[in-house]
Ligand binder design. Structure first.
Ligand code: FCB
Length: 433
């Protein structure tokens, strides 16, 4: 069965940050620091999904999706990141999972979508190798409670973005700006992934995946400095996270780091544990030019000549075909079936319900995915980001990605035009097959 779903993440929708023993996450800390997020927005309330989840499951049921990708908040399960589980945290996810199953919707949990328990950040966060093993313990706790009902588990969401925005550039929590010094935070996430794959399978998970953010890289020109900058970007954004997982080795990183001493013997064998799916999040290609300042080996040159989303991201549906066929060419037999675990766009705050550009975006990208499938890429699912307008990290509530509008004053949910469009689209899939 092809999975058609919507996607969300815990910190972006749940709110209820102090309910039922939840511990503090790095996003609580970061969003409360002055100047970190636009207009000082925080996820304190978000979509109040922690209390309104029944309504949200009903919205998905009305939409006709057969899968839902959500994330589990580690600080709800282990408030300090280690030790005995907080039963109320697990109870919340169990209720959600059971309601989804009842509605005929496959739950697809992601164990880490950036909301690290603050107590683990106080020990260095992902710069500390110990966090990898601690993550595997957390994975085992969650799976031993829920793997009897959930076949497919995703370990991490976008370790690249968490490393780059959180540790290299300081735009996301935990707000560190280590530039290429952030590489250990990438490696330790990958190691955590590999250790969690073992732990999940031991606890009964039948299928395991990782979700990587992937982007086709377009050199700004065919001149050597731009070509080598584009190569560097492709290595650091795409290959750094796909090669170890799929091929059991890192690309050549010698130009970007003086040492790989954080990679220990045997790590790559752990990281390359066989996977059932590669989760791919696609938003847009990236155009790269030679660096203009010290620090990073490339510059984002921007893409012009395409429509843009409210975020200013270029809308390039064919980039999804390019990405998928590129993965197939690069990894061949080592590429497991692919799930598009996120794809979507933000639309203008003011054009609330009449979100024609989102319909065009989804139509175009689904067509591009199908083109890639026709060209031989094995894609097994597509998840729209997002079900609801939600807390878009550093942008706060200013970027609305939802199929469903959320009034953040009243928490009223109102399906947008794209929701109705997707419902008809999914209805048509049932009669087609
Ligand atoms: C992805 C994130 C997701 C959301 C979208 C717009 O990078 O995984 O949480 O913010 O971007």
């Amino acid at each position: 069965m092809f999975l058609w779903g919507t996607a969300t993440a815990a910190y972006q929708i749940e709110g209820a940050v102090a309910a039922d023993g939840r511990g503090v996450s790095i996003w609580d800390t970061f969003s409360h620091e002055p100047g970190r997020t636009r207009d000082g927005h925080t996820g304190d309330l978000a979509c109040d999904h922690y209390h309104r989840w029944r309504e949200d499951v009903a919205l998905m049921s009305g939409l006709g999706v057969n899968a839902y990708r959500f994330s589990i908040a580690w600080p709800r399960v282990q408030p300090l990141g280690t030790g005995t589980a907080n039963p109320k945290g697990l109870d919340f996810y169990e209720r959600l999972v059971d309601a989804l199953l009842e509605a005929g919707i496959q739950p697809v949990p992601t164990l880490f979508h950036w909301d690290l328990p603050q107590a683990l950040q106080d020990r260095g966060g992902w710069m500390n190798r110990e966090i990898s093993e601690i993550f595997a313990d957390y994975a085992a706790i969650v799976a031993s409670r829920l793997a009897d009902r959930i076949p497919l588990w995703i370990t991490l969401n976008e370790p690249f973005v968490h490393m780059a925005y959180g540790y290299a550039m300081g735009i996301h929590a935990p707000g560190q700006a280590l530039l290429t010094g952030a590489l250990p935070a990438g490696h330790h996430q990958l190691l955590a992934h590999g250790m969690a794959v073992r732990a999940l399978r031991a606890a009964g998970a039948r299928q395991v995946a990782i979700t990587n953010n992937c982007t086709p890289v377009w050199p700004a020109s065919q001149q050597e400095p731009d070509l080598s900058a584009a190569h560097a970007y492709d290595v650091l954004h795409n290959r750094l996270f796909n090669d170890p997982v799929l091929l059991g080795k890192y690309p050549d990183l010698s130009a970007y780091t003086p040492t790989l001493d954080f990679v220990h013997d045997g790590d790559l064998d752990v990281i390359a544990a066989p996977l059932d799916f590669l989760g791919v999040n696609y938003y847009n290609p990236t155009r790269i030019a030679a660096p203009t300042s010290e620090g990073l080996p490339f510059t984002d040159a921007g893409i012009t000549g395409y429509p843009t989303t409210a975020f200013g991201w270029p809308v390039v549906p064919d980039g999804l075909r390019e990405l998928l066929t590129g993965l197939e060419t690069r990894y061949g037999a080592a590429l497991p079936p692919v799930l598009i675990t996120e794809n979507g766009c933000s639309t203008d705050d003011t054009a609330t319900l009449d979100d024609g550009p989102r319909i065009a975006f989804l139509e175009g990208h689904i067509a591009a995915m199908r083109q890639a499938m026709a060209e031989g890429v094995d894609v097994r699912g597509y998840f729209v980001w997002s079900l609801l307008d939600n807390f878009e990290w550093a942008e706060g509530y200013h970027q609305r990605f939802g199929l469903v509008h959320v009034d953040f004053e009243t928490q009223r949910r109102t399906p947008k035009a794209s929701y109705a469009w997707l419902r008809s689209f999914l209805e048509a899939q049932k009669t087609d097959t």
